[in-house]
Design a protein around this ligand. Structure first.
Ligand SMILES: [Zn+2]
Length: 236
């Protein structure tokens, strides 16, 4: 039986966080085994009702119990400085964006589909961390998790044109394939995250439905991947 998730190694290696994306969890027992494997109780998991907007939910207090299994609020990004609390997004092709501020030990997670990307949700998450935690973008590590890659993401001419006006010609190909990674990296760099501190998953959800879910490929039958990040308690 294979692993039920992939670790975000760049972030895990800091020793500060647990950060991962689930693989396909097609049954209740898969889901139970996943939560067991990642050693996560339901009371430690917080997520939002994702609406493809750019609102950032800020968790400043250990105000448990959280409403699991219900969403906390309508938002597409969550930031926190609370230890041992997993903040999560659900995706199938959209990008889960993981953020770790190495200096203030605060974290964020973002659901970035084309709508959220266009509304600069990744940049907004960083700016919210600046405001609430004193984060300096230069101290952040960012990981764009498993999602659909440009070669599989053809959109309408109108949408490709709209993205080009916003992010420049390199965001699309002449046959209207959109590079959501490019658009997110650009907005992160524009708010001060160093380009070399951003990394990208090589996996494409649409090419690897053996491992992941893809809305483009599976439509309504697609499940959702869980991406989560949690600040680990001090080991000393
Ligand atoms: Zn692909």
């Amino acid at each position: 039986m294979g692993s039920l998730y992939s670790n975000v190694l760049d972030l895990k290696e800091t020793g500060l966080v647990q950060a991962l994306t689930s693989h396909r969890l097609d049954s209740q027992s898969d889901r139970r085994r996943f939560y067991d494997q990642v050693r996560l109780g339901p009371e430690q998991l917080v997520f939002c009702q994702q609406v493809h907007g750019n609102k950032v939910e800020v968790i400043l207090q250990p105000s448990r119990p959280y409403p699991y299994p219900l969403p906390l609020a309508e938002a597409d990004a969550i930031i926190t400085n609370q230890v041992d609390l997993a903040i999560a997004v659900f995706t199938a092709d959209c990008i889960p964006v993981f953020i770790l501020d190495l200096c203030t030990c605060s974290i964020g997670i973002v659901h970035a589909g084309w709508r959220g990307t266009y509304k600069l949700i990744s940049a907004k998450a960083i700016q919210s961390m600046q405001k609430h935690f004193g984060t300096k973008p230069v101290n952040c590590l960012v990981y764009l998790g498993v999602s659909i890659q440009q070669s599989c993401y053809q959109v309408s001419q109108d949408l490709a044109d709209q993205f080009e006006r916003h992010f420049g010609p390199d965001v699309r190909t002449s046959d209207n394939k959109l590079n959501l990674h490019f658009a997110n990296i650009q907005q992160l760099v524009n708010v001060g995250v160093p380009f070399e501190s951003i990394s990208v998953s090589p996996f494409c959800t649409a090419c690897r439905t053996d491992l992941f879910y893809s809305f483009r490929v599976e439509r309504e039958s697609a499940g959702r991947l869980i991406s989560l990040i949690r600040l680990l308690p001090n080991s000393d």
